[in-house]
Design a protein. Structure first.
Length: 721
């Protein structure tokens, strides 16, 4: 890295031209400027070495630096060496700076110039930084610094040596302050002052590897940030407008702290990234959960801040959560530290901002969810990027209308759908592939609290009266159009009401309530999550509400239908308070009333006893479907469906007689069909009427009904003419 003493350090036009062979491999302008400034610093070292050699009475002592002779001691006492005058030519620095400024105006990147501006470095700071950088660029300077330190084991500049090389006295207070923890070099992480146990002037200076690489034009992220900085969110592709444009203007105006509260289906991180890009900054994402879990979170945060300043980036940090007092002061301290950083920090999260979290008031922004048209556009753009196309019979607006997806989820779902199409050998993306891609975006957290069912039935499998089918269709219709009706037209304003859809399925056991929920979920392309009441109800006061809150919170981020089977167990009527049990039961019901109203998802409640539900719940329900016991015609259809097409049937099997004779619900008929199938498998032949009668007799015993209507179990009554 060293240059001969007679070399002119000023950059010339040749420094930015093509290589000697015309290949265009000339040195980068940033390296040219760094080399010119280092040349000037090298002259300081050369003169200091020459001065020390001339004043050394024993220059050829082989033990120099390992001992202090009598002559050295008296020389140090009697004639302390004054600092060398600062002889760096100001005109040479000015020439290099003018060249760098012109190169930057032409679009060139000058890392040293940019770094000095980003970290507010004074000329002295730049000189000290370059002095400390020399051993990392040329190993000869390790020995030269050992010589100047009069200690061959100390091969980096010390604070005292750096001040002396810059022509400053060791007692110069302002100069010493630049190298304290509050100085811009140390506070910014550009310079490490090591060996804190030594006197101040003999502490060594070192430039971190990441800073040295940055000055040489390498912007590979610091390895310390591995696992802490996910890929930056993809900013919106359209021109900034609305919230994005306003945020960008605020960042340009100097606002450094923003909190973006995320609504369901919104992507605060992408909106924040779009605002930073529109403000002319790069984007550095920081996973707050990973930082909290880091063994040294404060150190990790300092490295992230330095990285952001080196790149002239803003930090997009999330997810923000209310600090848990049980976790100690660490999370609260980390959050407060985030609010005082010297770079733009855009925090993202779902809870409301608490003023106690920071002494700095952030710019508060609520990020809205994207609309149906934006989802369709993102979907088509993503598929086009993968050279995939939708099948002609797929209406993307209708298919995506039931889902609440962030922009990132839309893109990932589209990629997943295209992959499913390739896996299936299909040239186009079908409805099945679209739904598979969306299901893949569902988080697994809800599966720990509810049983996931991937729907495998459709409208053709339902045997219900026309009125019940119409109400089920209305439920699906509400889910598809809730964004337009509740969001766009604002037909449910105020009161903190969510955009959820809730329904009640009431009827006797086995009348098709659970299956109907599965059919609706299949029609919408959603998964069905059946809540296990054993994981919800708890004998301890307040624990049931906590369990339900966990379910509702997880369900808010999942595209699925939440099914509360036997809902009257937890959605029962409130009663007069006669003891503490009544009071706590009423509190539980009151909580559920409020939580159901603010729910943003799709929930279905089933009950055998509609009268047991609180009237306040019924008022808040969007759809109520009554499931009657099937009549003869419906029982005939149920027998045919339940026996299926694969099970062979004997000639004596009369489904009309089965429908008239056996007054069973759909669930009972299904159980009879399964039992008859086992009997047929054992006999090795088709299912016969006798087998069906035997299965029905067993089902009646389970139900506690001893005599079949119209005759004995083995002699079903004949159909009336």
């Amino acid at each position: 890295m060293s240059a001969p003493a007679h070399t002119d350090p000023r950059p010339t036009d040749a420094d930015t031209g093509a290589g000697p062979d015309g290949s265009g491999t000339a040195e980068a302008p940033g390296t040219t400027y760094l080399r010119a400034r280092l040349f000037l610093v090298e002259q300081r070292v050369r003169r200091a070495v020459a001065t020390a050699r001339a004043a050394d009475p024993t220059p050829d002592d082989p033990l120099r630096g390992l001992h202090v002779s009598d002559e050295d001691a008296w020389r140090l006492v009697d004639a302390p060496e004054p600092p060398a005058p600062d002889e760096i030519a100001a005109d040479a620095v000015e020439t290099a700076d003018r060249w760098a400024e012109a190169s930057r105006a032409a679009g060139a990147r000058i890392p040293l110039w940019d770094l000095a501006g980003a970290f507010a470095l004074a000329p002295l700071d730049v000189e000290v930084l370059l002095l400390a950088l020399l051993p990392d660029l040329d190993q000869r300077y390790e020995k030269l610094y050992g010589y100047l330190n009069d200690d061959v084991t100390r091969r980096r500049p010390t604070i005292g040596l750096a001040l002396r090389l810059c022509g400053l006295a060791p007692v110069a207070g302002p100069a010493r302050a630049r190298l304290t923890p509050a100085g811009p070099l140390v506070a910014g992480g550009l310079l490490l002052v090591e060996e804190d146990d030594r006197p101040f002037l003999t502490r060594t200076l070192r430039v971190p590897d990441r800073v040295a690489a940055h000055l040489l034009g390498d912007d590979t992220p610091d390895p310390r940030l591995a696992g802490l900085t996910p890929p930056p969110p993809e900013p919106p592709t359209e021109e900034p407008s609305g919230v994005v444009a306003g945020l960008a203007a605020a960042i340009r105006a100097g606002d450094r702290l923003v909190y973006l509260r995320e609504e369901t289906g919104a992507s605060a991180a992408e909106l924040a990234a779009g605002a930073l890009v529109a403000a002319g900054r790069a984007v550095l994402a920081l996973d707050l959960d990973a930082v909290r879990a880091d063994p040294a979170p404060e150190e990790a945060l300092a490295v992230a801040v330095r990285e952001a300043r080196l790149r002239r980036a803003g930090l997009v940090v999330g997810p923000v959560e209310a600090p848990d007092p049980a976790a100690g002061p660490g999370p609260a301290r980390l959050l407060r530290r985030l609010t005082t950083l010297p770079v733009p920090v855009l925090l993202t999260g779902q809870p409301a901002w608490d003023p106690q979290w920071s002494d700095v008031a952030p710019l508060l922004v609520t990020t809205p969810s994207i609309g149906s048209a934006d989802r369709v556009r993102l979907w088509r753009d993503t598929l086009a990027g993968r050279s995939a196309a939708l099948a002609d019979d797929v209406d993307p607006e209708r298919e995506l209308s039931a889902y609440v997806l962030t922009p990132g989820q839309v893109r990932r779902a589209a990629v997943g759908a295209a992959q499913q199409a390739v896996l299936a050998g299909s040239a186009r993306v079908t409805t099945r592939h679209v739904r598979a891609g969306v299901r893949a975006q569902n988080a697994a957290g809800l599966e720990k609290l509810a049983r996931r069912v991937e729907p495998a039935v459709g409208w053709g499998d339902l045997v219900l009266p026309a009125a019940a089918r119409q109400q089920l269709a209305e439920l699906a219709l509400r889910v598809r159009h809730r964004e337009q009706v509740l969001g766009g037209w604002r037909l449910r304003p105020g009161g903190g009401r969510g955009r959820g859809v809730t329904a009640l399925f009431a009827g006797d056991s086995g009348t098709g309530k659970t299956m109907s929920a599965e059919v609706v979920a299949a029609d919408l392309g959603l998964d069905l999550y059946v809540v296990d009441l054993s994981t919800v109800v708890d004998k301890y006061v307040g624990q049931t509400e906590k369990n339900l809150e966990r379910i509702f919170t997880e369900a808010a981020g999942v595209n699925g239908v939440l099914l509360f089977d036997e809902a009257d167990a937890i959605f029962g009527k409130r009663s007069e308070v006669s003891d503490a049990h009544d009071r706590y039961a009423n509190l539980e019901s009151a909580y559920l009333l409020q939580r159901m109203e603010s729910f943003d998802g799709v929930a279905v409640l089933t009950t055998n006893l509609r009268a047991n539900l609180d009237e306040a719940f019924l008022r808040r329900l969007d759809v109520i479907v009554d499931f009657p016991v099937p009549d003869v015609t419906q029982r005939r259809a149920l027998w045919d469906r339940c026996l299926g097409t694969d099970l062979p049937r004997a000639d004596d099997l009369d489904l009309d007689r089965c429908a008239e004779t056996f007054e069973l619900s759909g669930g009972g008929i299904r159980a009879c069909a399964v039992s008859a199938g086992y009997l047929a498998a054992e006999a090795g032949g088709p299912v016969t009427m006798a087998m069906v009668v035997a299965a029905a007799q067993a089902e009646y015993r389970k139900l506690g009904r001893l005599v079949l209507p119209g005759g004995t179990p083995t002699e079903p009554r004949r159909r009336r003419a």
